[in-house]
Design a protein around this ligand. Structure first.
Ligand SMILES: O=C[C@H](O)COP(=O)(O)O
Length: 250
C-alpha cells in the first residue's frame, strides 16, 4: 500500500526566523500522525536552520528547486549535494511557477530528475494543464506529454520511488479546487499512463499527489479518492494549524 505524502510548498514565503517558529509549532501538532508522510519544501535559505528543528521528528524537508550540475559557474543555483547537505529528502521539480515564470522546459526537468535520482533525492515532479487546455479537451494530451518528456530515459526502479503531483494550473492559489472526481479522474489516467510507459508494478507503487487549493475543509474528500496519495499544499501550509489539520485528515 502507498503511504500518502502531505507536503507543504511554502514558495517564496518565510524568513529563517519565521520558518523555524513555524516548524517548532508544527512538530507537536503532527507528532501523532499515523500512516502519512509529512514534508515541508521551504525556501533554500531556511533549510539549514529548519534541519536542526526537525531532527527526531516525523517532518522531512524538501527543496523547491535544484540544478542538475554538480558544481560550477551557475550563479544562484543549488546543486544536489547542497540540497542533501541541509537535510532534504525531497525536491520539487517542474512546479508550474518554475515552468511558466522562469521558463523551465521539459528537457531541463528531465536532467534535474536524473540528477535527483543519481543523488538519492526523491523528486516531486509537478504536471498539470491550464484552464484553456482543460476547456479545449487537451488536458490528457498535455499531461501525457509532460510525463513522457520528463521521464525520458529514466528507469522503472527510479520511477516507482518518486512522487508525482498533479496540479491543474487553474486551481493553484485561486481557491478553485478541482472536484475530487476531476482530480481522481486525472490521477487515475496518470497512473494508467505510467503503467503503459513502464509496468503495472511501477504504476501501483508511484505516489501521485493532488495540488491546488487544498485546505483543511476539502482534504478529506480529496483523500477519499482511491488513486490520490496525498497533497502538495501551498497557501494552507504556511500556518502550522491549517497544515496540521491537512496532515491529520483522517
Ligand atoms: O505547490 C503547491 C501548489 O502550487 C498549490 O498551491 P495552493 O495550495 O496555494 O493552491
Amino acid at each position: 500500500m502507498r503511504t500518502p505524502l502531505m507536503a507543504g510548498n511554502w514558495k517564496m514565503n518565510k524568513t529563517v526566523d519565521e520558518a523555524v517558529a513555524m516548524v517548532n509549532e508544527l512538530k507537536g501538532l503532527v507528532a501523532d500522525a499515523k500512516d502519512v508522510d509529512v514534508a515541508i519544501c521551504a525556501p533554500a535559505v531556511d533549510l539549514y536552520a529548519m534541519n536542526e528543528v526537525v531532527a527526531d521528528t516525523n517532518i522531512d524537508l524538501g527543496a523547491q528547486n535544484m540544478y542538475y550540475k554538480e558544481s560550477g559557474a551557475y550563479t544562484a543555483e543549488l546543486s544536489p549535494a547542497m540540497v542533501k547537505s541541509v537535510g532534504c529528502k525531497y525536491v520539487i521539480i517542474g512546479h508550474s511557477e518554475r515552468r511558466e515564470i522562469f521558463g523551465e522546459t521539459d528537457e531541463l526537468l528531465n536532467l534535474k530528475l536524473k540528477a535527483a535520482f543519481a543523488n538519492g533525492i526523491v523528486p516531486i515532479l509537478c504536471i498539470g494543464e491550464t484552464l484553456t487546455e482543460r476547456e479545449s479537451g487537451a488536458l490528457y494530451d498535455k499531461v501525457k506529454f509532460q510525463l513522457a518528456a520528463a521521464l525520458s530515459g529514466i528507469e522503472a526502479s527510479d520511477v516507482k520511488d518518486m512522487v508525482l503531483a498533479y496540479e491543474p494550473i487553474w486551481a493553484i492559489g485561486t481557491g478553485k479546487t478541482a472536484t475530487p472526481e476531476q482530480a481522481e479522474e486525472m490521477i487515475k489516467f496518470i497512473r494508467e499512463t505510467v503503467a503503459d510507459m513502464y509496468d503495472t508494478d511501477t504504476a501501483e507503487a508511484i505516489r501521485i499527489q493532488y495540488g491546488g487549493s487544498v485546505k483543511p475543509n476539502n482534504v478529506k474528500e480529496i483523500m477519499a479518492q482511491p488513486n490520490i496519495d496525498g497533497a502538495l499544499v501551498g497557501g494552507a501550509s504556511l500556518e502550522a494549524e491549517s497544515f496540521s489539520k491537512i496532515v491529520n485528515f483522517k
